[in-house]
Structures are given as structure tokens and as C-alpha cells.
Design a protein around this ligand. Structure first.
Ligand code: SAH
Length: 390
């Protein structure tokens, strides 16, 4: 394979030995002369380390595919690896028709994301290296899932850093603009072309079920988006207030409520912070969900983000009725699990409430967080209970 091999520094080799999948540009001693695709990787003594995806323009230059230097990265390799990922999810179909089939590095399929929405798939090719295998990947998905259509949501900003265009395109047939998701008996519409992520927040499924099962009385869903938490809360609550700052998101939320025949959800357009401050002295809730967008977009913004999370959670805790439950989450990768719990501790202290930690939640089965690749994990949640009178 002339030109199709990379030589990496000792530090680069160590990252793979430590279980990470990436080798950065600064650890490439001799770059491949070949274009984006699969390359063999060796250390500076010539020892073969395995095969990787090669992204010539990216800071993340190499992503481990197979530690076996004799592996052949062809259509059958992709099909086998994708089949393993699909097999892990087999049980999910009993409860939902929408879940993640491939979670990138977490499934040993670096920079590849595939979500299933009923009979359609939404694909994201997030590196130049994986883009080079698009045909093999599409062929494998088609053969393994027999789906009705495949949409590429290749509009993620990371594609720019890979030197790739940002596009949304149908790859097989035309995927509908709206797809009905059935999630543990709740129905909602996903918008694969235009919605956030690949059309919905599939990663919160189990958390919605968890807090939905515990919900009672008056419930509040902050940062409701299309109302997915609100719909689960509505089943066991007398009333639900769903708050979001986006009118368009709330319109979809109302449609979703109608789809479920839920008449006890009040969709309110408001800034969540202002809503909490305005409500604090006038109301209490038995169940509250706080599921904000990622406040920490990078390392530099962590401190400000922590203040935002702390403020939100403190106000939410104060609004809880005695015995009330709060499910709170953070999807900021840059906020570690430990920092998330510290933030909640500070919020509890500042709230003046005694808060019991009932459960800490991590990512669901279809979003595997590989321990040695921290970047595969981002979502943290906690179920908290307010003890006694306020
Ligand atoms: N809970 C949702 C996902 C929330 S996404 C689910 O499970 O599907 C984050 C949402 O927060 C978006 O809908 C966005 O419109 C909303 N948002 C962002 N900033 C906000 C603010 N300051 N106040 C209220 N909503 C906000």
C-alpha cells in the first residue's frame, strides 16, 4: 500500500495503547501521501499498530478502525462491524421505533452516526476518512436494515474542519419531513431534515420514561423543545407546564400533545430563567424536568456554564413541593460527571432545600460511552427528591 501508511510518534502510539481511538496531527511523524480513506499505521520503529481512518485536513488525523494490521477495510468489514452495532440494540425495538444504530467511536465505527426513525435512517459522516467509505456504509445499512430510505444529515459544523461540505441530502429514496416516533407508548413527530441533531433527542428516551413513571400532581418541563418529556409527564400528572423560548418548538409540542390526546399540557413561550424567577413565590410543582441545551460549548465557557446550570437548578429546587422530584440533565461534554454533581450540590445548598440523590443516569444503551474514549460520553442526569417542607 504505497503512500497509504502513517508513522506516528510514541505519544500517538500511546493514545491507542490507552484505548483511545484518535491520533492528533501533532503526533504524526510521517503523514500518508494518500488521500482520505483507510491507512496502515506504524510507530517510528516500524511496528504495525493497526488500520485507521485518515483525515488529511483535520486536527484529528487518525481514527482507529482495526488493531489487526492484516485487516482489510472493505465492504464486508463495514458490514460486519455495523452488524455488531445493530445486534446490541435488538431489544430496543420492543419499546421504541426510533433509536441510534451507530454511535461513532462508541461502536468502533469512528465518526459515523446512524439513527433509525421507524423505517428510515438518518446518517452522519463526520470525518473525511469515513466519507471515503460512504458507498460501503450505505450498502451495508441498506442490506442489514432493509430500510425504506436514508437521509444524510451532513450539515454538522465539524465537517468544515474535515474539509467537507455541509449538506442535507437523500441517499436512498426520499425520507419524509416528519416521522412518527413511538417511545414507550408516547408518540411524537421527529423532523429528520430540519430538527435538532438528526431530528429528535433520542438520547433522553430512558430519562423521559424514568421521570414519567415517577411524575405526580403538577409538573413542569423546562426547555421542552417538542414536548417529549412533557408528553411522558402528562400521563401521570394532573397538569404539565412546558416551557421553551422557541415558538416553533412549542407549535410542534402542541401537535405532539394532540397526537397523544393529551389535554393537560400548557405550552408556554418564555425564557426558562425568567420563568423560574417569576414563578418562584407563586407556585410549586411536584415534578420538574430541567433539560437545557449545552451551555458549555468549549473548555473556555465552563465557568459561565456552571453558573447557569447552578442558577437553574437552585430555582427549580425551590419550586418543588415537599417530596417533589427533579430530573435534571446536562448534555455539555465539557462538564464532567464530577463537575455536574458538584454543581448540583452547590445548587442544593443555595436553594435551602434538603435534596436527596435518588439516581444518577448515564447514556442509554444505544449511545454507548466507551470508557477509554471520553468524547463518546456527554449526557448526565440526576433524579433528586426534595425532602420535607420547603
Ligand atoms: N428536552 C428536550 C430537548 C431540549 S433541547 C427533549 O428531550 O426533546 C433545548 C431546548 O431549549 C430548545 O428547544 C431551545 O429552544 C430551548 N432553549 C434554549 N435556551 C432557552 C432558554 N433560555 N429558555 C427556554 N428555552 C430555551
Amino acid at each position: 500500500m504505497t503512500g497509504a501508511h502513517a508513522v506516528v510518534s510514541a505519544r500517538g502510539a500511546r493514545r491507542w495503547a490507552d484505548g483511545h481511538a484518535w491520533i492528533f496531527r501533532s503526533d504524526i511523524a510521517v503523514p500518508p501521501t494518500a488521500g482520505a480513506g483507510a491507512v496502515a499505521v506504524r510507530d517510528q520503529r516500524g511496528k504495525p499498530l493497526g488500520l485507521a481512518l485518515w483525515s488529511p485536513q483535520s486536527e484529528i488525523s487518525l481514527r482507529l478502525l482495526d488493531p489487526d494490521p492484516d485487516a482489510v477495510i472493505d465492504a464486508s468489514w463495514w458490514k460486519r462491524r455495523i452488524a455488531v452495532a445493530l445486534a446490541r440494540r435488538a431489544g430496543l425495538e420492543r419499546d421504541t421505533n426510533a433509536f441510534r444504530l451507530v454511535h461513532g467511536e462508541g461502536d468502533g465505527l469512528p465518526s459515523l452516526v446512524v439513527d433509525r426513525y421507524d423505517r428510515w435512517l438518518v446518517l452522519q459522516l463526520l470525518s473525511a476518512g469515513v466519507e471515503a467509505f460512504r458507498d460501503d456504509i450505505v450498502e451495508a445499512l441498506d442490506a442489514l436494515t432493509e430500510c425504506d430510505g436514508i437521509l444524510a444529515r451532513n450539515d454538522a459544523s465539524v465537517r468544515t474542519r474535515e474539509g467537507l461540505p455541509r449538506v442535507v441530502e437523500d441517499i436512498k429514496n426520499v425520507v419524509p419531513d416528519e416521522i412518527t416516533v413511538i417511545e414507550h407508548g408516547v408518540r411524537y413527530l421527529a423532523a429528520p431534515r430540519t430538527g435538532q441533531k438528526t431530528g429528535a433527542f433520542l438520547d433522553q428516551r430512558e430519562n423521559r420514561v424514568l421521570i414519567g413513571a415517577h411524575a405526580t400532581g403538577r409538573s413542569l418541563d423546562l426547555f421542552s423543545y417538542h414536548g417529549s418529556f412533557a408528553l411522558h409527564l402528562a400521563r401521570n400528572s394532573t397538569s404539565v407546564t412546558a416551557v421553551d423560548s422557541s415558538a416553533a418548538a412549542l407549535t410542534r409540542g402542541r401537535q405532539n400533545a394532540a397526537l397523544n390526546g393529551a389535554t393537560n399540557i400548557d405550552f408556554t413561550e418564555a425564557d426558562a430563567f425568567e420563568f423560574l424567577r417569576a414563578t418562584e413565590k407563586n407556585a410549586e410543582f411536584d415534578t420538574i424536568v430541567v433539560d437545557p441545551p449545552a451551555f458549555a460549548k468549549n473548555r473556555a465557557s465552563i465557568a459561565g456554564a456552571v453558573r447557569g446550570y447552578r442558577d437553574l437548578n437552585m430555582h427549580a429546587m425551590r419550586l418543588l413541593a415537599p417530596g417533589g422530584l427533579l430530573f435534571t440533565a446536562s448534555c455539555s461534554y465539557h462538564l464532567s460527571k464530577a463537575a455536574f454533581l458538584d454543581m448540583l450540590r452547590d445548587a442544593a445548598a443555595a436553594s435551602g432545600r434538603r435534596m436527596i440523590l435518588r439516581e444518577i443516569t448515564a447514556q442509554p444503551l444505544d449511545h454507548p460511552e466507551l470508557l477509554t474514549v471520553p468524547e463518546t460520553g456527554y449526557l448526565k442526569g440526576a433524579l433528586l427528591e426534595a425532602v420535607g417542607p420547603a
